[in-house]
Each structure stands twice: as C-alpha cells, then as structure tokens.
Design a protein around this ligand. Sequence first.
Ligand SMILES: Cc1ncc(COP(=O)(O)O)c(C=O)c1O
Length: 399
Amino acid sequence: MKDTAQKLAEQYHVDLYGRYPLTLTEGKGVNVTATNGKTYLDALAGIAVNCLGYAHPVHVDAIQSQAEKIVHMSNFFYNEPQSELARLLAEISGLDKAFFCNSGAEAVEGAVKLARKYAYLREKSGNIISMKNCFHGRTIGAISMGKEKYQKGFAPMAPGFEQVAMNDIPALEDKFNEDTVAVILEPIQGEGGIHPVEKDYLEKARELCDQYDALLILDEIQCGIGRTGTMFAFQQYGVEPDILTSAKALGGGVPIGAVIAKEHVAEAFGHGEHGTTYGGNPLACAAACATINTLLDENLVDKAQEKGNYFMNEMRKRAEDLDAIKEVRGRGLMIGVELNFEGAAVVDAMLERGVISNCASDTVMRIIPPLIIEKDQLDTIIEVLTESIKEVQKNHDKA
Ligand SMILES: Cc1ncc(COP(=O)(O)O)c(C=O)c1O
C-alpha cells in the first residue's frame, strides 16, 4: 500500500529515481525509520553523505544555533562559519584556499573552470583528461567527461574532454602534450564500482602534470572526508593534487560542495569570474565545520580504517565458501563486494532483512555506512549481505 508521500510523489514529482517503496521519516545513529513502522540499518548513508549518521547531537546543535543567528547572506559580505570552514579545509587537506558551492557536480564544474582559467593564462587550449568508468556528476560538463551511459539522449556534449583507461600508464603518456589542461580522477572510483587508482599511476599523473604545467584535479566527493581512513584518500598515496573537490559528507547531510586549491592555482580566478548565490552560506558551513570537528574529536577517521579492514577481512573469509563473490575491495569504509551476477536482487533481499544497501556498476555491492557505525552493526551487515547473496544465488541456480 502506498502512503501519502508516495502517492503525491507519483503525481507531482518528476519520475527520475528508481525508488524503493519506503518513505523514511527520521533517523538516529545508523538507523532510519520508515512510515511502515520498520527501522532499517543504513549501509548506504544517503550515498556516502551521512558520515555522522542521523541526528548526531553536535551536528544538530550546530545547525540549530546557526539557524537562530543567520541562515543565509550574500557573498558580498564576510561570514564567520565560511571563513572558518575554509581554514579547516586548508588544515586537513594541506592545500591553501577554498571556495564553496552546493553539490558535487557544481564543485567539479568549478574545478574545471579554475583549471581552464589557469591554462588560459598560460596560453594553453588543450583538453582535460578524465578516466573511463569515472563519475563526476550530472551537469552537461560532468557527463561530458563521464560514461556514455549518462550522455545518451543529452547530446551535444561539451568539448574539451578526452578519456583514458585508469591505471594504464602508457595510455596516459600517449594522451599528454604541451596543451593538456588537466587530469581529473577519483582516487577511488565510487559509482564505477569501487576501483582504487594504483599508486604508480597517480605518481605518473602527477609527474606528467608537473612536466607539462597541467593541473592534477582529484575528485574526492565520494571518497573524501574521512571515509577511507584518512581525511582525504590522496593522503594515502603521497601525491598532492593542485585542485581537490569535496561535497557529499562535507556537510554531514546539509548540501555543500567545495573546490580546494593550491595558492598559485586559486589566484587564476579574478573577482566575478565564478560564484554562486548559496555557495558557502552560514548554515551549510556551520554544519560542515561541526562535521569535520566531530570526525576529528571522535577519531572517526582512523577508526574507519580499522572498521573497514574488519569488514573486508570477514567478507573475504565468507567469500571462500561463496562462489558468487568475485572480489572484496576498498579502503576504510568505502567497500565494494563484486558479485558474479547483478546485485539489484541482493539489495532487495537486504532491504527485506532490514538493511539499506546499494549496488554500483551493476555487479558491485557498495557498502558505505556512516563512519559512526559500531562493530556489532557491521556484523549485522556482514550477516545480512551473506544471507542475501546466498538466497539470490540459490534462485539463480534454480532458474
Ligand atoms: C566522485 C563523484 N563526483 C561527483 C559527484 C556528483 O555529486 P552530486 O550528486 O552532489 O552532484 C558524485 C556523486 O555521486 C561522485 O561520486
């Protein structure tokens, strides 16, 4: 039976999302409750957004107290939470300057504009190189550098992008030339199915960018903000980007995106050359400051690594007796369990058992829970995932 929200959405909301027949109303910790009265353990975290889970008291307090002071102002004025967030991001990234927007795709657009402006000042007019199987968002710019699947029906694509296979060094060397503007990549491809970049590839990308005065843009919209066991995934590689994009978990659920850059890159932008009305408003920035400070205060970043290793080791043990599992991979709490068949039915079976999960790239079960998750809750996900895979496998065997 459809509830009111579902009926209204059917009538008035554009039919864009393949939704589960559940209306979620509130959450606490890693659990969310639906109008059917059931509570679900969330292994998806609003797609790697709710890093502090639901209703974390520090997050709630930051939003409430900022709302009482001032929610929004224009960027014609200084705002305290915005300045503090820029400082915090410089501190945790090692880069120098930030500007703010409202979503991941918008951060990617900002990064592309900044890279192009930097190139323009050096009289370069080449392409930005992106990776096959990447995902950078849904704007025309972002789909132009992404998978064909997301481009279909939206031609013409924006010019100025070309793709290479990630982790193929000769292919990257082949594409590079004096005119190359930038390379953009996700240190761990998320929507593409949890594929980490290899260290020597990232090092080579850095070396080529230095050689040709091109910029290395790392998109950490999904893998950043502590999820992989360091504040940013690139910090595990010893390779620094020139431009870093962040969004998703940055606001702990309040929409915000950021472009963070090295000083000499950031100064390519002049007054009025980029901007957005809402970007970095006090409410979003207060939520983001509270999110980052809580991750640090509760040591949730180091713990993400321990928890992720625990999960992956346990899943690998189970995979020994389960032919359906091809590979378990990831970093920290950004985990992919690749199956030998499509994962949609496993997501359904997990939901039946009270766990919200997701499948990326058709066959990869993506486990990206809130970073506050406890060991016994990870055990529940492991149990439910294993049972659900077995059930779907049995159905496949019968068919
Ligand atoms: C790596 C990466 N970049 C960009 C985006 C786009 O972010 P948004 O959906 O906030 O526009 C996503 C979203 O999944 C992402 O995973």
